[in-house]
Design a protein around this ligand. Structure first.
Ligand SMILES: Nc1ncnc2c1ncn2[C@@H]1O[C@H](COP(=O)(O)OP(=O)(O)OP(=O)(O)O)[C@@H](O)[C@H]1O
Length: 456
């Protein structure tokens, strides 16, 4: 209870004695009023009868200011609200609250879709899930670091984001940061470059960003392997956080002992905490994930038959990203061709994904999918007309990689990439080629994407 509510009776009494000409006017206008809310500088008083609002405002606003000031010793503004206005105020408040919490999640680089609620637990991931929940409940106290490993598209990133969401939802004052090791490396490269030009502030800012956290999550640590200066910097970041009891969560495609070029001192540290693996999901888990996605994306209206879901779950076994992608492709095809969702349509939608030798063939479509996933930009935008920098660079990387990693002629790359002409593809390829000569961070990014396209 605040000071105004505590003294409300006294305030009303004062109003009665000093400002009401009769009992009837007190009982009609003043007695039914209650405190709705007190902010730093305003008392909001609830008027039950809408029709009396104007009269009360005109006649009693100033007297209330005086009485409240005299009783509480604080000068408040006074505002009267009716019940329907309070509903609007509540809505606005909860919108502001939501905006604030969204901003916190955004600052931590979190994908709102990746939470424990949307994560399906199966025999392939129940250990990693339990370990993640335990760390989320007591960050920095048990299992530090938590090291999650597993193959491509099996839910490591989803689990990491879930931990971070959980921690922030319980305590929004916690400083949580999720980054990929690519971002860590590229920001370090940039800071070192600026530092060489005499700007020491760049390294200080870099270190503050990574060391000033309660929880640091680094995804795909395998991509810092073999980069000496990055491993060195990460080693110090790790020590700094660990010594101060801050939580570190790391993901990788392999366990520390199998990462060959990982410095021994880092390997030892990664093994200090808990190592949890995620393997390929079994059939039941794949079905549960498909059903969950159907529910979360509002796909029930398509009435996808069980046998179609079973067909997808039977054919896509080792990558959940592909499992989800297949469902998207199926829906897109059904919409585009206005066809019923059945097994023949599913077979058509999935034909590139489930062909046995697809891993060995690098196609422009595969490159576009991987770049889209890497930068989190929809394929439609990469193929579209927008020319903002966040899209142009990934689009040019696609042109470059299609040129270097496939035999596809420039003209065909242009057609696949949304109907662009031969000259703009050639221009894009040249741009990236030239930039790679002196942009170390871009080199790092392109190499990571190449590894994702062709892991071998
Ligand atoms: N258990 C699960 N329940 C629901 N969705 C899942 C689950 N596991 C993975 N996914 C979904 O599969 C997709 C790929 O998962 P995620 O990006 O977390 O994989 P990853 O292991 O980090 O992959 P990469 O090795 O490429 O970094 C995401 O859309 C994620 O939401």
């Amino acid at each position: 209870m605040n000071i105004v509510e505590e003294n409300w009776e006294q305030i009303l009494n004062k109003m009665k004695l000093e400002y009401c000409s009769s009992n009837i006017s007190y009982n009609t206008w003043i007695a039914p009023l209650t405190v709705y809310e007190v902010t730093e500088d305003t008392v909001y008083i609830l008027v039950k009868l809408r029709a009396s609002l104007e009269h009360i405002e005109e006649k009693y606003r100033l007297p209330f200011r005086v009485c409240i000031g005299e009783v509480t010793g604080i000068e408040y503004e006074v505002s009267f609200v009716t019940e329907d206005q309070t509903v609007i105020r509540e809505k606005k408040k909860s919108a502001v609250k939501k905006q604030k919490s969204n901003a916190i999640f955004e600052q931590a680089n979190l994908n709102p879709k990746y939470t424990f609620d949307t994560f399906v637990v199966g025999s392939n991931n129940n250990f990693a899930h339990a370990a993640s929940l335990a760390v989320a409940e007591s960050p920095g106290e048990i299992y530090n670091p938590l090291f999650i490993y597993g193959g491509v598209g099996l839910g490591k990133t989803h689990l990491m984001h879930s931990i971070a969401h959980f921690i922030l939802e319980n305590d929004s004052s916690k400083k949580v940061l999720y980054v990929t090791s690519e971002t860590f490396t590229n920001e370090l490269i940039d800071a070192l470059k600026v530092g060489k030009n005499g700007n020491e502030l760049a390294m200080t800012t870099f270190r503050e960003k990574y060391r000033n956290n309660d929880v640091l999550l680094i995804d795909d640590i395998q991509f810092i392997i073999g980069k000496e200066s990055t491993q060195e910097e990460f080693f110090h970041t790790f020590n700094h956080l660990h010594v101060s009891g801050k939580q570190i969560i790391i993901s990788s495609d392999k366990p520390p002992k199998d990462i060959e070029t990982l410095e021994a001192r880092l390997r030892t540290r990664f093994e200090w905490g808990l190592i949890a693996d995620i393997s390929s999901p079994d059939y039941e888990t794949r079905m549960a994930i498909l059903r969950k996605k159907e529910e979360l994306d509002g796909l029930e209206r398509y009435h996808i038959p069980d046998e179609v879901m079973q067909y997808i779950a039977n054919n896509i076994k080792s990558n959940i990203r592909e499992l989800e992608g297949s469902l998207n492709k199926l829906i897109a095809l059904a919409n585009l061709e206005n066809r019923a969702i059945d097994i023949p349509l599913a077979a058509e939608a999935l034909k590139d994904i489930i062909s046995p030798d697809r891993n060995r063939i690098v196609t422009p479509e595969l490159i576009i999918d991987i770049v889209s996933d890497h930068f989190n930009i929809p394929v439609s935008e990469l193929k579209g007309k927008k020319r903002n920098a966040e899209i142009v660079l990934p689009r040019q990387i696609i042109m470059y990689l299609c040129r270097k990693m496939t035999e596809t002629p420039l003209k065909s790359i242009g057609i696949i990439l949304g109907g662009r002409d031969h000259a703009s593809i050639s221009h894009g390829v040249d741009k990236i080629e030239a930039a790679l000569q002196n942009d170390e961070a871009l080199n790092n990014t392109v190499n990571i994407i190449k590894k994702k396209i062709n892991p071998i």
